[in-house]
Design a binder for this molecule. Structure first.
Ligand SMILES: Cc1ncc(COP(=O)(O)O)c(CNc2co[nH]c2=O)c1O
Length: 386
């Protein structure tokens, strides 16, 4: 059988339709959009179309901004560092509230600001693995400059109550940022319904190209640029625009929103079929209520089976999964989410994440179920603790 890719929360295949849309901008229409001659002018309508697709995909207001950048790591750093230079340095607002669930690019940016004298609160998830609006309300003060909470967790797929958290922040007059990397294309993202001030996304998470990302800034949101230089993106992000990347991201975002129904029916059905099969195995813990998770993700702990050992076994059978965020896959620390929900230390090291996509087939899921069952038997026989 062909290799099976079940690590879509790490990155996704570029949709062939997206690739087709990108192709002309490598060797045919390759001008710099800032150039005044025909080579530059001819690409601009395609960038405008891409912007229109992105605005429509998240229902952004006409006076809101979407700043095109290289990835969500850049977008998240732009928000965190931008807050520091626009608010934290100059005003009495010296605090940031975020969570222990965030991706390393949020946590590490906050840790850097702590070395600059900023006080950061890292909220711990509850026993269900969630951050609640009440938790945020409790720690917000008149010194809080920014609250940053991810829309959906990359390891477990757990969806956080972003609308309610954004409403708490609006009521308190505190800027709110959400990292929506794992939400776009999986749940509805509507900026007229969710009063977030900033939102970040990354094209390679929804079948667009790697190296393209976006930062939504609601009208009136002031953020200094992270990258200084030319006048691109209205001075909000210097650097020659990645034309094929931006065209690809716009097309991918349009398709991702059109595919929401498919993700939440067909992909969800395959995920649930896989999860039901996992639950037939003794001493297995699946993190989070499946109705509170993105439709493509299942994070499972199998007692007596080290996460890395399972990943190796799967890989030997041509199946790609992960122990969690690839950005942190080298760290052998226990998962904070498993620790927070009360999983014992042994279980907290056994997490394996499977993340499907609209390209996953039922045949692939059926094959993976058989491989996992055999791997559990084999690895438990080798275990000294099971
Ligand atoms: C929630 C979240 N935020 C930010 C990022 C960083 O995005 P990038 O800058 O485009 O790379 C990721 C990537 N998450 C993962 C990358 O590999 N496995 C993952 O779970 C993510 O899942």
């Amino acid at each position: 059988m062909e290799r099976i890719y079940l690590d879509n929360n790490a990155t996704t295949i570029v949709d062939p339709t997206v690739r087709e849309a990108m192709d002309p901008f490598y060797c045919h229409m390759y001008g710099n959009p800032n150039s005044l001659h025909s080579f530059g002018i001819e690409v601009r309508p395609y960038l405008h179309q891409a912007m229109e697709q992105m605005y429509a995909a998240i229902n952004a207001g006409d006076e809101d901004d979407i700043i095109i950048n290289s990835c969500a790591t850049e977008g998240n750093n732009t928000v965190i560092m931008g807050m520091y230079f626009s608010l934290l340095k100059e005003t009495r607002k010296k605090r940031i509230v975020t969570t222990q669930l965030e991706h390393p690019c949020i946590r590490e940016a906050c840790r850097f600001l702590e070395t600059q004298g900023v006080k950061v609160t890292y909220l711990a998830p509850d026993r269900q693995g969630l951050i609640t609006p009440e938790m945020v309300k409790e720690v917000i003060s008149d010194k809080t400059a920014l609250v940053s909470v991810m829309w959906a967790n990359n390891e477990t797929g757990l969806i956080l109550p972003i609308k309610e958290i954004a409403e708490v922040c609006k009521e308190k007059g505190v800027y709110f940022h959400t990292d929506a990397v794992q939400a776009i294309g999986k749940v509805k993202v509507d900026m007229q319904d969710v009063p977030a001030d900033f939102l970040t996304f990354s094209a390679h998470k929804f079948h667009g190209p790697k190296g393209a990302g976006g930062l939504y800034v609601r009208k009136g949101g002031m953020l200094p640029p992270l990258l200084h230089g030319g006048e691109q993106m209205g001075g909000h992000r210097a650097g020659t625009v990645d034309v094929p990347g931006m065209v690809g991201m716009g097309k991918a975002m349009e398709i991702a929103v059109e595919s929401l129904e498919y993700e939440n029916t067909h992909v969800r059905r395959l995920r649930d079929k896989f999860e039901d099969a996992l639950m037939q195995i003794d001493d297995v813990l699946v993190v989070g209520d499946r109705d509170l998770r993105t439709p493509n993700t299942v994070y499972v702990s199998i007692r007596g089976v080290e996460g890395e050992a399972m990943i190796w076994d799967l890989n030997q059978n041509g199946i790609a999964a992960s122990t969690g965020s690839a950005c942190a896959s080298e760290s052998l620390e226990a998962s904070p989410i498993l620790t927070a929900i009360g999983a014992d230390k042994e279980l907290a090291h056994t997490g394996v994440r499977f993340s499907l996509s609209r390209f996953t087939t039922e045949k692939e899921i059926d094959f993976t179920i058989e491989v996992v069952k055999k791997a559990v038997v084999r690895l438990r026989q080798l275990s000294t603790s099971y």
